[in-house]
Design a protein around this ligand. Sequence first.
Ligand SMILES: [Zn+2]
Length: 200
Amino acid sequence: MRATRQDIDSSLRFDDPSLADIIARTESLLTGHFCLLSGRHSDRFLRYSTIGRDAKAAREIAQRLAARLPSLDSIVVPESAGLYLGGVLANILNASLVVVGVDSRRRPTGQLRRGRIAAGAKVLAVNDIATSRRSLDLLCALAGPDASVVGAAAFVHHSGVERGAVALTTLGVATWPIYDPEHCPQCRRGLGCVWAGELS
Ligand SMILES: [Zn+2]
C-alpha cells in the first residue's frame, strides 16, 4: 500500500521538507511487509525506481545531493534502482558513469556492464537507499588501487547504518525498524512478505 503523509513524516527525517513532498507526490513510500535484500524484514519500503521514473523528482533529488558532494570524476552504481540516482548525478556533475552488474539478490558483482574506472580517477559509489553499507562497500572495492574513492552517496540511509571508512553523503534518514525474520511482527501475524527485489 502507498504510505500516507503521516507515514512519510514518521518514517523519514529530512533537513529539507520539500523532499517529503517529493516522496508523497511520487507515492514512493510503501507500507506492508517486505523481505529486504539483506534477508531482514520491514513494514516500510522506499521504492526509488518510482522517483527515478519521474524526471523532475529525480533531478530535484540529484541536484540537492550533488551540492553536498566532493569533486569527482566517476560514479559507480549497481545495475538496479541505484542507477536512477547515479545516472542523473553523473549527468549533473559531468562525471563518467560506471555500471556494475548485480546478482540474484541485487548485490553488486565485479562485472562491469558499462564504462570503466580510469587510473587516477576520483570515484564516488552511489546507491538509492543505504540500508547497510554492504553494497556501497562492494562498489568502493571495485574502484581498485589505481583510483581514489572520494566517498559514497545515497538518497537516504537507514538510521542503523554504521559509520565506515568512506564518508557517506545522504539527504535524509529512514527511521522505520528492520527485523530479523524471527522477530518480525508482520511474520507473527502471518502476513505474506513481498520480496524487495520485485520492487526495484
Ligand atoms: Zn516478516
